[in-house]
Ligand binder design. Structure first.
Ligand code: FEO
Length: 396
């Protein structure tokens, strides 16, 4: 196989993971994920961010195919999370003299995961490391995604190795660079990655983008997903949009329903919203669709309507994870609507209302609770009007 080059002496040596079912053991990966790593060959040799532990053999084969018997001098760790750092122990065993490069916050978690690291090089904000024709400059981007996160900028080629930032789910299907593939295929998986991993730290992400704005950047090489060299403005615009909570016109309706009555309510609400002119409406059963997909659409669209049937005086249990994620990640620029189903004393709407009040969700319409099935004209009207009112708030 031909080597994949970002520039004459910078090689892509990442791996595709299509076998892991759940990223971080809770987010589905229908299209897989890539662990990107980069090898820079110069007077010295540097490896930038390794791969998840299970891919080490494939990874080492790629590295040795390029390097032959040359040694690796530096292993740059931009981020400690094990999806990247997982093979660090195996690399050190293979190349015992390698110097591990990180910042002041890098090594404590790394050693807590993998044991003592003796050969360290600690770099600070703006510091450089020259390896010949290439000079790395390090910039701290705390909380994108962990406190120790940093990016590495190569001054000669003007490539920024951005780690999680600008990354996305989706294994790389032959096209490694943005101009080798249809980037619209990756957009949903990029936003889902953003909404469930980076979105919690949208503020620090915006700051990181501003910080890097002073650099001349010709390529963005993240640790997941496509390498960006032709559509830099496209990916920057997406990240700025998502990080500054700019919602698009549309409504996400999510329900938790045991016997289909609350589901029927969702359909009536959706019809009301559609008749009011909203074209992008996504209706989800919270017990069926894994929450990261729902969060991705909630990040995208302005309207969010949530409904739950009652369960022992509380709400349908699967709804707890979704509301937890909304409370944790705090997507902004939203208008909310609530509904619920009850047979006896209720609890679905009551719990949702409490969460909405505690977290100051902008409730743009009167909430609707229905006893039993939505079969009475009056209940149907109230549900229909809830969809219509949220649609009008979204369009306002
Ligand atoms: Fe891809 Fe936060 O690790």
């Amino acid at each position: 196989m031909k080597h994949i080059t970002l520039s004459e002496n910078i090689f892509y040596v990442g791996a595709n993971d299509r076998r892991t079912e759940l990223f971080e053991n809770h987010m589905e990966l229908p299209n897989g994920v890539s662990y990107n790593s980069y090898l820079v060959v110069d007077d010295k040799v540097a490896l930038i961010d390794p791969v998840e532990a299970g891919f080490f053999d494939e990874y080492l084969h790629k590295v040795k195919n390029i390097l032959g018997n040359r040694k690796i001098d530096y292993l740059v760790i931009n981020h400690d999370e094990p999806d990247h750092s997982g093979s660090i122990g195996a690399i050190i065993r293979e190349y015992p003299e390698v110097q591990v490069v990180g910042n002041a916050k890098t090594f404590a978690p790394l050693e807590a995961f993998y044991g003592p690291i003796t050969n360290k090089l600690v770099v600070a904000e703006g510091e450089t490391l020259n390896i010949g024709q290439h000079t790395f400059q390090f910039f701290m981007v705390p909380m994108v995604h962990w406190p120790e996160s940093m990016v590495t900028y190569e001054q000669n080629t003007k490539i920024v190795f951005s780690n999680d930032a600008f990354g996305g789910f989706g294994a790389l299907n032959g096209g490694i660079f943005d101009d080798e593939t249809d980037i619209s295929f990756y957009e949903d998986d990029m936003r889902r990655y953003y909404a469930n991993i980076v979105g919690k730290v949208a503020g620090p992400t915006l700051k990181a983008i501003q910080k890097l704005g002073g650099l001349e950047i010709k390529m963005i090489a993240p640790s997941h997903g496509l390498v960006w060299r032709s559509n830099l403005q496209w990916v920057l615009d997406k990240y700025i949009q998502w990080s500054s909570h700019q919602s698009e016109e549309g409504i996400v309706i999510v329900y938790g329903s045991m016997y289909g009555n609350t589901a029927r309510m969702a359909d009536i609400i959706a019809r009301g919203a559609a008749k009011a002119g909203i074209k992008n409406i996504r209706v989800y059963d919270v017990a069926k669709t894994e929450v990261s997909f729902i969060m991705s659409d909630i990040w995208k669209y302005k309207g969010v309507i949530i409904g739950a049937c009652a369960h022992y005086g509380n709400m349908f249990p699967n709804m707890n994870l979704l509301t937890h994620e909304i409370v944790e990640f705090k997507p902004k620029d939203k208008v909310f609507g609530l509904f619920g189903g009850k047979t006896w004393g209720g609890g679905g709407l009551k719990t949702l209302t409490k969460i909405a009040e505690e977290n100051q969700w902008d409730l743009a319409a009167e909430s609707v609770e229905v006893q039993g099935a939505p079969i009475r004209e009056e209940d149907i009207d109230r549900l229909y009007n809830l969809g219509k009112a949220i649609a009008e708030a979204v369009k306002a």
